[in-house]
Design a protein around this ligand. Structure first.
Ligand code: GLP
Length: 235
């Protein structure tokens, strides 16, 4: 299975961001990128900076984000919608952008709507980060590999790690809307980006070659086109 993973080891986030850039640039140039799945988190900040400092043209690209907190609106700096505007959408024009609506009255219905949108616009590339516990998007350990967009309960590990980014004394919600593991796996290509020692356990699990729901990231081993970009040297 490991042969499906192209493993690129870089010196750090800056070089990693350049590697992501060159894949995106090539796919755009060859007209292979119409629908792009995006991620949030500190890992993505240098990645998006590389794009916004460039001439990349996303005006024909439809974007889908992986996830959003429940109960935090798009004007709140803690929302992923706000993060995306700040780091990318205010600086680059996209054809359309989609983010699950964590303010929807009926969350299950919103998840169903989002999954239908995804099915109508199959992902060419999905960009992914990873949580310290191996979560992808907000698919926490134990999540079904068959999952589609759903309401997820966040683990204490994720709440602890992510709350450090919360501003204005807002309390971090313990529920979120997230693409499911199967929604992510449908993307033609996956780009996994992980920087720093805190991601070592997740990278080691991925490298081990064993697929287990305890480490959602390992499901990537079942995909046929994954690029892993990391500054961790993992044996
Ligand atoms: C959140 C997001 C994930 C992301 C993770 C890592 O939990 N839901 O999609 O991969 O954070 O964040 P960071 O890049 O800050 O380590």
């Amino acid at each position: 299975m490991m042969e499906n993973l192209q493993w690129i080891t870089v010196s750090g986030p800056e070089e990693g961001a350049k590697e992501v850039y060159s894949i995106i640039e090539e796919e755009l140039r060859n007209n292979r990128l119409q629908v792009l799945g995006l991620a949030t988190g500190s890992t993505m900040i240098p990645v998006y900076e590389e794009w916004t400092d460039s001439n990349l043209d996303f005006s024909q690209v439809t974007a889908f984000n992986l996830d959003e907190y429940v109960g935090i609106d798009a004007d709140n700096p803690n929302s992923y919608a706000y993060f995306m505007k700040e780091h990318l959408f205010n600086k680059k024009q996209f054809k359309e952008t989609h983010i699950p609506n964590g303010m929807a009255d009926d969350l299950d219905k919103e998840c169903q709507r989002y999954e239908e949108e995804l099915n109508a616009h199959p992902l060419d590339i999905q960009l992914l980060g990873v949580g310290e516990n191996g979560h992808i998007a907000f698919n926490e350990p134990g999540t079904s590999p068959e999952s589609v967009t759903h309401v997820a309960t966040l683990t204490d590990s994720t709440l602890g790690v992510n709350s450090q980014y919360f501003e204005n004394d807002d309390k971090i919600p313990n529920i979120a809307l997230t693409m499911g593991i199967s929604s992510i796996m449908k993307s033609k290509k996956l780009i996994m980006v992980a920087f720093g020692e805190k991601k070592r356990a997740a990278m080691e699990k991925l490298k081990s070659g064993e697929v287990t729901t305890d480490w959602p990231i390992t499901k990537l081993l079942r995909h046929n086109d994954v690029v892993v970009i990391t500054d961790l040297k993992v044996d």
